[in-house]
Write a protein that binds this ligand. Structure first.
Ligand SMILES: Cc1ncc(COP(=O)(O)O)c(C=O)c1O
Length: 427
């Protein structure tokens, strides 16, 4: 699904724009925080928005705002067209060809809950009692399955994590072949939001396909950072959030393989989901719109359309090149800090621009100190309690990069980490 280019083989090069141009596309990067230029290193939580996205949202409000699929007037047609063309653009962005439908949800979290309800809770094969996932998933790719285990008696089984942060594919292979007729769903992410290590999801997927088991892929941490290739992986479901790919919040996406569409119950019933209703019954739409109950986030979808165009203009290969240059720089600088405990193998060959660490200081104190220097990071358990338990930490500090991140910002991060530890006599 995702290709990480050989780090040494390619230099960081943004093809259509210089890196300065990219930075100037993001007005928020001109902000000063506590007297320092903002260094935004919290991109795994959410990304900032370029002018192109901000303008697309304000354009629709100023020129062409109407509800979709509900009116006959000009602006209703324009809004519907934008909505449908965004679906097409998104399908092409993830190389989904025409065997997928895309449903706009609120976020990745709503997408996984939709699958738990619409697919799992109504599945008609009672012998399939196992949900196979891992302990390194974000709560959004874990709690919906746990709830199904409580409500419907599914057993949630976990693929072990190896010391370097990889999922144990040998365990997985054996478990799946031994239990192939008992597994209802496999749910895995392309990369954990704590380890930042890309998993070989295509290998996990081909084993699932071989045994005809549906795979739900959480692509939240990779969609804006590495190319996604659904044709190659062919999962039953793929979910992500627009706000992690430089688009507005409030728009999620769920790609559903078309052969599964008709087997699934509508999720939120109401306007837009049905083809007919009588006083006593209703018929859901055949199309994916059966899952879009009520008015969707039309302006957010306009912003998503612009964000995809923006990323395509830069080119996802160039995004990878730039972020891998930052990863190498971060890894080199991190060698100087023996008192930092990194979660997962920081030198893993498939590391993304996302690193979590702990030390003798509380992560909140570190994050607070960094904020005083204008550096935004995340501190806490990052909605991944089982993974922190696994790593033997209660919480951590997470620094995560985006297309606008610079080496200098990483240097500032490390200098500030050094300063705060020095204040407490840790060197
Ligand atoms: C790996 C992963 N999955 C799911 C989510 C949930 O995304 P959202 O909050 O947009 O629903 C996140 C959010 O950080 C994430 O990192």
């Amino acid at each position: 699904m995702v290709v990480l280019y050989q780090k040494q083989a390619r230099m960081s090069s943004i093809i259509n724009k210089t890196h300065e141009q990219i930075r100037s596309d993001f007005p928020i990067l001109r902000r000063q925080i506590n007297g320092f230029p903002l260094a935004y290193l919290d991109n795994a939580a959410t990304t900032q928005k370029p002018h192109a996205v901000i303008d697309a949202v304000s354009h629709i409000y100023a020129h062409s705002y109407a509800n979709i699929h509900r009116g006959m007037h000009t602006m209703a047609h324009e809004a519907s067209e934008l909505y449908e063309s965004t679906k097409k653009r998104l399908l092409s962005f993830v190389n989904a060809k025409d065997n997928y439908s895309v449903v706009f949800t609120k976020n990745m979290t709503e997408s996984s809950n939709l699958v738990a309800f619409s697919y799992l809770s109504t599945q008609k094969q009672p012998q399939r009692t196992i949900i196979l996932t891992s302990g390194q998933e974000h709560h959004s790719n874990f709690l919906p399955w746990l709830r199904q285990s409580k409500a419907k008696g599914f057993a949630v089984e976990l693929i072990p994590t190896l010391p370097n942060g990889d999922l144990d594919i040998n365990f997985y292979r054996q478990f799946v072949s031994f239990n192939s007729d008992k597994i209802a769903l496999i749910a895995l992410s392309t990369a954990s939001n704590v380890f930042g290590i890309l998993q070989p999801i295509e290998d996990f997927a081909s084993i699932a396909t071989e045994h005809n088991i549906p795979l739900f892929v959480d692509g939240a941490q990779t969609i804006g950072h590495v190319p996604t290739n659904l044709e190659q992986v062919n999962p039953a479901f793929f979910a992500a959030s627009a706000h992690k790919m430089y688009a507005p919040a409030g728009v999620g996406m769920l790609f559903i393989r078309k052969d599964l569409l008709q087997t699934m119950e509508p999720y939120i019933l109401g306007g837009g989901t049905v083809s007919s209703v009588t006083e006593t019954d209703y018929v859901p739409k055949d199309s994916e719109e059966r899952f879009v109950g009520g008015t969707p986030n039309i302006e957010g979808i306009a912003g998503l359309n612009a964000a995809i165009a923006y990323l395509e203009d830069i080119g996802m290969e160039a995004v990878v090149d730039h972020e891998q240059m930052l990863v190498t720089h971060f890894q080199e600088r991190a060698r100087e800090f023996s008192y930092l405990r990194f979660l997962g193998d920081i030198f893993h060959k498939n590391h993304l621009g996302l690193f979590s660490f702990a030390s003798k200081l509380h992560p909140h104190d570190i994050a607070d100190f960094l904020d005083q220097k204008g550096i935004a990071v995340r501190a806490g358990a990052h909605c991944a309690h089982p993974l922190h338990n696994l790593a033997g930490e209660t919480s951590s500090v997470r620094a995560s990069f985006g297309i606008y991140t610079t080496r200098e910002e990483i240097d500032r991060l490390f200098e500030s980490i050094r300063d705060i530890h020095k204040q407490f006599g840790i060197t």
